[in-house]
Structure formats: structure tokens, C-alpha cells
Design a protein around this ligand. Structure first.
Ligand code: IPM
Ligand code: MG
Length: 355
């Protein structure tokens, strides 16, 4: 019998439309070959949603996504909406979306492909074999803490974490570490911040349930340095919302381009799968965006939400094969490229390697 999955799709703004279209093409090919049906329904979010409805996150979008098996997401935002009141901005829509869906655990893998070892600005001997999983807490911390506000002369935000919030994300990270090399580095700023001290104390408490996992702690400034100095020391990195935002962008450059990094945002409700990069308005419509981060996000969706790990591996292998064959998009199109492809040509190549 044919399996059917309902996938909600949010293309969003800028390059979001181009890259999500490629991921859909890939899923359709996998579905056709392996007798799985994906039913895609599209919903509005971000600047385009504001333009059409006056709200960057219409209720219909939340309702539609909640009903779906998983959500495939592109990117939102752009200069056009930068001067709107904060609650109308695309980014606020995204934060509200994550909160409404309670996706507290954001998984951001950073894997260096051998084929792209020269695409990174770092030396090959430093990055070869890097395979890091950043576990970023996504619906707490300074992004959401109260009080927050801005007057003419003062602006303020608050970094807050409760023990419960830290506990649930710590369990996710420890469980992941168990499935990998059993090494977990928790990143905080406990030398300065009380909230980080609670973070560290709580992670130590939880570690008693995972005695087989080797736990270390690192201050975030040191981690930023260690990531470029000796990235292979890391396996799972567990950290809060803003530190994870920053460190995952940094980790992407080990791999060569932010256009390669996928993510999964999971929790108690429907999970969201999105590239870690933004809507890149400067290159929107030029057909040069790299669709690999979004295609790899579709693979994470198969793995984490739909329990189809074999199909996920087929997509991962197709991406690797395409890179091995020498095909690149502009962002990774170093001197060794056989051919620099457009967004849709890259999608087509990956589709042709789905077997
Ligand atoms: C990310 C992005 C978002 C974040 C923005 C667009 C709100 O940078 O997903 O990393 O800061 O979480
Ligand atoms: Mg970010």
C-alpha cells in the first residue's frame, strides 16, 4: 500500500521560493521511485504574508501546519519589511511560529564533505572529517525573555531560562550524543551570567542519567575560538538560543557555505525543517542560490518526522554524488568546479542521482 504524508510548505521570501521548489522536486522523485506520496499544501509566512494579509504569521498557517505531518520551510525577511513595527516584521512571525509549535529543539548538523574541503576558508587539515551537531534551544532565552523593550535612550532584553526548559533540551542532546560518539559539550557563559550558571548546574544534574556520555563545558567565547582552531574536538554541542544562532553560522563556514546547512526544529508538535540561512534578498531571483541546505532539510524531515531513514539516506547520497561529480553552485564554486550550476540545475542533478 502506498504511504501518504501531508507536508505543509512555507516558501517565504527572497530565495525561499527557489530553494523550496528544488526540495519538492527531490521529494517527488523519491516518492515516485519508492511508492510514497507526498501531499504538499502551501501556506504564507514572512514578508509575503504581511503584504497579503497584514500579518507575518496568519492563523491559517499555524492551523495548516499543526495538521500536517511535517513542515518544509524556506526563509523569510528582507529589507522591504525592516522598518515595520517589530511585531509585524517577518522575523517576529518566525519566532512566534516556533513558539506556537513548541519546537524547542533545533538540530543543526555541520558536516564537512570531503568533496568540498577546498570550499572552506579554513585549511583542509583543520576541517577534514568534521561532523558536529549543534543542539540549539529555540523557544527560550534572550529571544523571548521579559522584560524587553526600547525607548528613545534605552533598549533592553532579558535572558531567562527555567530549569524545566534546560532539562528538556539537555535530554535531547544527551540522547543524540548516545547515538553518535557519546561526547557532549555544553556551551554557556557561566563565568558571567547567572542564567548560564543554572544552565550548567542543570546539565550536570541531567548528565547523571547519561553516565556513558562524556560531558564537557565551554564558555561561548572560547567555543567560538575552538570551532575554528580545532573543530574536530566537537561532536554534539548543546547551547541556548542566541549562542546557538551565532555558533551555527560560524560552524557553517567550516563546511564551505551557509548554503549547505540544514536544520530540524522539533518538539511536541509538528516539526519544521529549514535551511539555517536566511532569505538572501541580494541574490533573490538570480537563480544562483544553493538549494542543498533545503534539500538536506527535506532529508532530515524523512529521518526525524516521517521515520523513513532509508529515503533520507538516498537523498544524502544523491547530494554527495552530485558534489563528487564536480557540480557546484556559485557559493561553493571554487576553482575545482566542473560546472557552476543554477539553483534549478543543481536540483535537477540531485534528482537525477536519486536511484
Ligand atoms: C536562524 C535565523 C533566525 C534566528 C532569525 C531569522 C530570526 O537567524 O534561524 O538562525 O535568529 O533564529
Ligand atoms: Mg541565524
Amino acid at each position: 500500500m502506498k504511504k501518504t504524508y501531508n507536508i505543509s510548505v512555507i516558501k517565504g521570501d527572497g530565495i525561499g521560493v527557489e530553494i523550496v521548489n528544488e526540495a519538492i522536486k527531490v521529494l517527488e522523485k523519491v516518492g515516485k521511485l519508492y511508492n510514497v506520496e507526498f501531499l504538499f499544501s502551501e501556506f504564507l509566512m514572512g514578508g509575503i504574508a504581511y503584504d497579503k494579509t497584514g500579518d507575518p504569521l496568519p492563523q491559517a498557517t499555524i492551523d495548516g501546519v499543526v495538521k500536517s505531518d511535517a513542515c518544509l520551510f524556506g526563509a523569510i525577511g528582507g529589507e522591504k519589511w525592516d522598518n515595520l513595527p517589530r511585531d509585524k516584521r517577518p522575523e517576529s512571525g518566525l519566532l512566534r511560529f516556533r513558539k506556537e509549535l513548541e519546537v524547542f529543539a533545533n538540530l543543526r548538523p555541520a558536516v564537512v564533505y570531503d568533496e568540498l574541503i577546498d570550499a572552506s576558508s579554513l585549511k583542509p587539515q583543520v576541517i577534514k572529517g568534521v561532523d558536529i551537531m549543534v543542539v540549539r534551544e529555540l523557544i527560550g532565552g534572550i529571544y523571548f525573555g521579559e522584560p524587553k523593550g526600547k525607548s528613545e535612550t534605552k533598549g533592553w532584553n532579558t535572558m531567562v531560562y527555567t530549569k524545566d526548559e534546560i532539562t528538556r533540551i539537555a535530554h535531547v542532546a544527551f540522547k543524540l550524543a548516545r547515538k553518535r560518539t557519546k561526547k557532549l559539550c555544553s556551551v554557556d557563559k557561566a563565568n558571567v551570567l547567572d542564567v548560564s550558571q543554572l544552565w550548567r548546574d542543570t546539565v550536570i544534574d541531567i548528565s547523571k542519567e547519561y553516565k556513558d556520555v562524556e560531558l564537557t563545558h565551554m564558555y561561548v567565547d572560547n567555543c567560538a575560538m575552538q570551532l575554528v582552531a580545532n573543530p574536530r574536538q566537537f561532536d554534539v554541542i548543546l547551547t541556548g538560543n542566541i549562542f546557538g544562532d551565532i555558533l551555527s553560522d560560524e560552524a557553517s563556514m567550516l563546511c564551505g557555505s551557509i548554503g549547505l546547512l540544514p536544520s530540524a526544529s522539533t518538539g511536541t508538535n509538528t516539526a519544521i525543517y529549514e535551511p539555517i540561512h536566511g532569505s538572501a534578498p541580494d541574490i533573490a531571483g538570480l537563480s544562483i542560490a544553493n538549494p542543498i541546505a533545503t534539500i538536506a532539510s527535506a532529508s532530515m524531515m524523512l529521518r526525524y518526522s516521517l521515520d523513513e531513514p532509508q529515503l533520507a539516506s538516498i537523498i544524502d547520497d544523491a547530494i554527495k554524488q552530485t558534489l563528487k561529480d564536480g557540480y557546484r553552485t556559485k557559493d561553493i564554486g571554487a576553482y575545482d568546479a566542473k560546472e557552476v550550476l543554477s539553483t534549478s540545475q543543481m536540483g535537477d542533478k540531485i534528482v537525477s542521482n536519486i536511484k
